[in-house]
Design a protein around this ligand. Structure first.
Ligand code: PLP
Length: 376
């Protein structure tokens, strides 16, 4: 019998372990040279025909939160968020006292429906947070047109989309600020970690300061021989800095990222070609580089989703649902009366099956065999 195949597991090897050990032995555990090295490598990886600046943070959630503050979004403003996302995308808006305006999604990609988003704009709308679900990019051209027309700031939730390209340009080159997650299950895994990137150096430096109590950047050098004991709190800030141990993991993972994403695409191709034709899959137009953070499948009406997940579990296969739309959660359901026709329809018959670069061919074939058998 095959061992349990989880929905995702990190692809960590000896190189990551060696650099983490080296970092621990160096004695410098918190934000320092390893974080700077990771940030430069990330900027270099993402940049297209313009410079990109990066700040390493302790999560994508922190990146989204600090991005809103850095862009001046405040209490009373409205921010458009797709209903099909994780709690983080919306809760950061609540944290700053702004109003979350949930929007329906496109049927094929599960990404925000930009036409529907336009109908939600009022004179209080100040920003939109598109989420690149499962690693497939949102319609960035349409979002750009919308943002220019209504003077909106765009913060991309790219938690699923490190390495994703939209029309041959990597995600990270399009909007005001792009936020990545390096959580344990993500395509680039640190355990906990994240980053914000932008073409605007000042914005990134503002976020860096906000990530450490509003203290000027000299603070991280104050224990070095050449550092000064003096630091100045220039504004109110938070505690969201990335540390060196996680950054060390990130440096090696970033080096392997293209290979790991390619493996995910290989698995996705195998799934698409061999899973039952009673199932339907998310869009992959070929126009963009999809990095398959997740592989959602949609069941025929005749199959009950919850029973299907149980049956997968009985066969040693992990599965989950990404996502329970936000408007169906207790906290958001009374605060939103928009039309979520697509999200409601899709939610009833969708689930994610195992997808990660560490899966063996044997595991991938096993998943296909069992899924097809259960679908019938
Ligand atoms: C779409 C989306 N946004 C944001 C996050 C938050 O990421 P983090 O755990 O790095 O804060 C997640 C986490 O899974 C996510 O799926």
């Amino acid at each position: 019998m095959i061992n349990f195949i989880p929905l995702a597991r990190p692809d960590i090897g000896d190189e990551e372990i060696a650099l983490v050990v080296e970092t621990i032995k160096s004695g410098w555990l918190t934000t320092g040279p390893k974080v700077a090295e990771f940030e430069s490598a990330l900027s270099e990886y993402i940049k297209d025909d313009n410079e990109i600046y990066s700040v390493g943070l302790n999560s994508c959630t922190s990146a989204l939160f600090l991005a809103l503050i850095a862009l001046g979004i405040k209490k009373g403003d409205e921010v458009i968020v797709p209903t099909w996302t994780f709690a983080a995308t919306a809760q950061v808006v609540d944290w700053i006292g702004a109003k979350v305006v949930l929007c329906d999604i496109e049927e094929d990609s599960l990404n925000i429906d930009v036409c529907k988003a336009e109908k939600l704009i009022t004179d209080k709308t100040k920003a939109i947070i598109p989420v690149h679900i499962a690693g497939y990019p949102c319609d960035m051209e349409a979002i750009d047109i919308l943002a220019k027309k209504y003077n909106l700031r765009v913060i991309e939730d790219a938690a699923h989309a490190i390495g994703t390209s939209y029309k041959n340009k990597k995600i990270g080159n399009f909007s005001d600020i792009t936020c990545f997650s390096f959580y344990a299950t993500k395509n680039l895994a640190m355990g906990e970690g994240g980053a914000a990137v932008s073409k605007d150096k000042e914005l990134v430096e503002k976020m860096r300061k906000l990530s450490y109590f509003g203290i000027n950047k000299e603070a991280f050098k104050r224990y070095e021989k050449a550092g000064r004991w003096f630091y100045d709190i220039e504004e109110i800030g938070y505690k969201a800095n990335l540390d060196s141990i996680h950054a060390a993991l990130g440096i090696v993972q970033l080096n392997k990222l293209d290979k790991m994403n390619q493996r995910r695409r290989e698995i996705a191709t195998f799934y698409r070609e061999n899973l039952s034709n009673k199932l339907t899959f998310n869009e992959d137009s070929g126009e963009h580089y999809h990095t398959y953070h997740l592989f959602p499948i949609r069941l025929p009406q005749s199959v009950k989703r919850d029973d299907f997940i149980e049956e997968l579990k009985n066969n040693n296969i992990g599965a989950s649902v990404h996502f329970i739309p936000l408007h169906l959660h207790t906290f958001y359901k009374d605060r939103s009366n928009n039309n979520f026709e697509v999200a409601n329809r899709v939610f009833n018959n969708i689930l994610s099956i195992p997808m990660c670069s560490a899966m063996s061919d044997e595991e991938v074939k096993y998943v296909v065999e069992k899924v097809n058998k259960i679908v019938g």
